[in-house]
Write a protein of this length. Sequence first.
Length: 496
Amino acid sequence: MQRELFRTASSVVMDTKRWRNCHIQLDLQSRLYALTLHCIRLQNCANWDSLATVRFVLISASPLSERVCSMSIERKKYQVDVLVCGGGCAGIVAAIAASRNNAKTLLLERAGFSGGIITTVGLPYFDGIAEKKTGRIVVRGIPFELLLKMGRTSPNATHIKPHNPTINSTERFKVLADQLLESHGEQIQVLYHTTACEVRTKNSRVSKVFAANKDGLIEIEAKQVIDCTGDGDIAAWAEVPIEKTEPLMPMTLHFRIGNVRQNPELRTKAREALVHAEKAGKLPMFYGPGIIFCFAKDEAYIHAVRVSGDATNAEDLSRAEVQGRSDAWTMFEAWKNSVPGFEDSYFISCGPYIGIRETRRLVGQYVLTEQDIKSRKSFDDAIATGCWYMDRHPNHTTIGTANDAGTGYQPAPYDIPYRALVARKVDNLLVAGRCHSATAAAASSTRVTVTAMAMGQAAGTAAAMAVKSNTSVAALDGVDVREQLTAQGAGPFTQG
């Protein structure tokens, strides 16, 4: 019966081809049926008025009393050389690096823009670009190119002060990232508002990745896959070894306040106001607060919110977002009501997402440890240099600082090996960014923006090399990856 209904209904819809969704009543064997048909535009067609460009799909035929209908859409499929999941600091650089090494690349990003913590959270710092003691630049390549294009360094610079420079516009960084990605033409395709949500493995490889966006579920086949999700989502769903260290570091919502009048007592009084708010039960906990005037002389950028939780748990992450917004507003009101300089201020905005420091981490072919960092262990397959301090945030208030007393070891520049990006058990998967293979203490140093970018460049380069040589990223010699990075002005700069 449904076949006959489909033939009849299709002819009706063709007569009303301007309608995308048509509800039609047909008298069939003296019974009224409600039919729901949907016009599905084919992938490469733009003209809705052409009968050749639409497909009519009958979903159900039921008595009018029921009127129960659903919708089914043909799944879009992509085939690429390299799939990069996550367009944060590691992901944008991984995608650019893979493309520059002649791999057809697809980048997925859940937000409507790339940039990760810089743009989705609002953190303007290029942490990890230079050694703290000397200001010597230890990461070059694409990360240095981004800083250069943001006007914060010069082409031949070997040192920079401060060692963690800020950019003056996170909005401009969004545009810069778009421009760099688009400059590679068809070599890179970017899908924003797209979240990887499922993985299939076969014969020790990631065979398919499924993602959700406005097209519904899409299906992607890639020769090499790079997990830059920050949370190790692809690695977890591929069932490779991962770990999660409890308690996880807390999350932070960053926010900005306008029309603030700077004065010598501002930071001291702001700190006292938060202590009072916590004692009054209005604020669960906080740190600092960090109050920075890096965007404008009268605009305060704030990082002080501290929310415990596990960002790989949807309910926990949702709760943390709500708590973060509440705490940010509590801080703003406390300052506006009692701190000179904030009396005429206004709340500009908070980051679209709460900032996440730690969730899952890969347990890869090599696990970088704090002992490796402190001893400056040398690796033949080093592909990046780290230099940030061991920045581990506790789940309680720390007044005037981000860390507990006696913590925060500051290392000299150290090597990060290629094997710390390579998954076990699955041959075509790399993990770059804060979820790479490291202990909790080591990752508290490697997790920052520029170090993540450096790992991203290594991962993108290696993935393209594997495609070119018709092998897998797990089979590559990390020394060869290092040599390729060095030839392109990137790689480790551990030694001065």
